[in-house]
Write a protein that binds this ligand. Structure first.
Ligand SMILES: *Cc1c(COP(=O)(O)O)cnc(C)c1O
Length: 351
């Protein structure tokens, strides 16, 4: 069973939420690449979610988290990520524009140059966030450093709360019950737009990291019976419990919003074959995809997430996994600030 768009919208409207941008984001066909490949590709421009030039998918999630923070009387917002995290940067402006103080604990996957701060880390500081950089110790993995970052964050929160402040602690990627509502709502928005444009999407492709966007998209797709095959292209090694964790997120968000629909592991299609050498390491296919979209359509992708996902979608079209004539939606999750980040992240994009 699924629910109508109207019912979905009216229920979602009942939980705390702070408007953070300009919605609906545009949905448009990319004619040149579509005609070349024999399919119809539409971009859902969630790189345009923000209050400034640099939006992205975390903004949809943060609407529900900032809404909750304000509802709960918080004055501080804590979150985590890599030093070039899009999520941390979007949290910084979401907090600033709501009179909240952002505190970021960021892991240096690529060590920033103190004298030449770039891209998202620079924006975090311009936006007035308090930034703590956690350098990787010799032989330490990202997950281990992440654990240290969370521990430091929790200690900091305890200190502030002892002084009478109230803090919301947002996990990496805003991948929790509240954040997941962002893409349940995003699918409702997309479906309404598609209906008005007389399109029915067969496939939806997007970049996946923490899994919160995927959890919302899969839950929303099932909730309203949109009937899209949702393909999640991972930008990092997904780990064994990736889908199990996403199922929990989807179902807890559906429950929080008051829906009885639930998802199962079989609703997810996760493809990890486009990561390349690793997280924040450029892949040749993503570099090609970025150049293709930039030079044929004038749209900018990023090397860490959306470029890799776009390269996965193009490969699936070329190898026939997506049949000719299909309608495909690519959710542009943002991230183009990485084009101004450290060279190790950007890769060989200039040739
Ligand atoms: C965070 C991010 C993603 C992945 O979203 P998750 O919800 O963490 O899976 C994809 N693209 C961009 C540009 C991102 O910043």
């Amino acid at each position: 069973m699924s629910v109508s768009l109207e019912e979905a919208k009216s229920r979602i409207a009942l939980v705390p939420r702070q408007n953070l941008g300009f919605f609906p984001t545009p949905l448009h066909r990319i004619d040149r690449i579509s005609d070349e490949l024999g399919v119809s590709i539409y971009l859902k421009r969630d790189d345009f979610t923000g209050k400034n030039l640099f939006g992205g998918n975390k903004t949809r999630k943060l609407e529900f988290l900032i809404g909750k923070a304000k509802n709960d009387g918080c004055d501080y917002v804590f979150t985590y990520g890599a030093t070039q995290s899009n999520h941390a940067m979007q949290t910084a402006w979401a907090a600033a524009s709501n009179g909240l103080k952002a505190v970021l604990y960021l892991i240096a996957v690529v060590e920033p140059d103190e004298n030449d701060i770039k891209a998202n880390l620079l924006l975090d500081k311009v936006l007035g966030a308090e930034v703590h950089v956690i350098s990787l110790n010799e032989g330490e993995t990202f997950e281990e450093a992440d654990y240290r970052a969370y521990a430091a964050g929790r200690e900091h929160i305890a200190r502030l709360e002892a002084e009478g402040h109230k803090c919301i602690d947002i996990p990496i990627g805003a991948a929790d019950t509240f954040g997941t509502c962002g893409y349940i709502n995003g699918v409702v928005e997309l479906e309404e737009q598609a209906k008005n444009m007389n399109i029915s999407f067969d496939y939806l492709y997007h970049a996946s990291g923490s899994g919160g966007t995927m959890a919302g998209l899969v839950a929303g797709n099932k909730l309203i019976g949109a009937g899209m095959e949702v393909h999640s292209i991972t930008a990092m090694n997904p780990g064994e419990d990736y889908v199990a964790h996403a199922v929990e997120l989807s179902n807890s968000a559906l429950e929080y919003l008051g829906f009885s629909e639930r998802v199962a592991p079989s609703d997810y299609i996760v493809d990890s074959s486009f990561i390349g050498p690793g997280y924040e390491c450029p892949s040749d296919a993503a570099t090609e995809a970025i150049k293709m979209l930039a030079r044929e359509e004038g749209v900018l992708l990023d090397p860490v997430y959306s470029g890799k996902a776009f390269s996965g979608m193009i490969a699936d079209i070329r190898n026939g996994k997506i049949p000719a004539g299909s309608n495909v939606c690519f959710v542009h999750t943002g991230g183009a600030t990485a084009l101004f980040a450290e060279k190790q992240i950007l890769g060989d994009i200039l040739s």
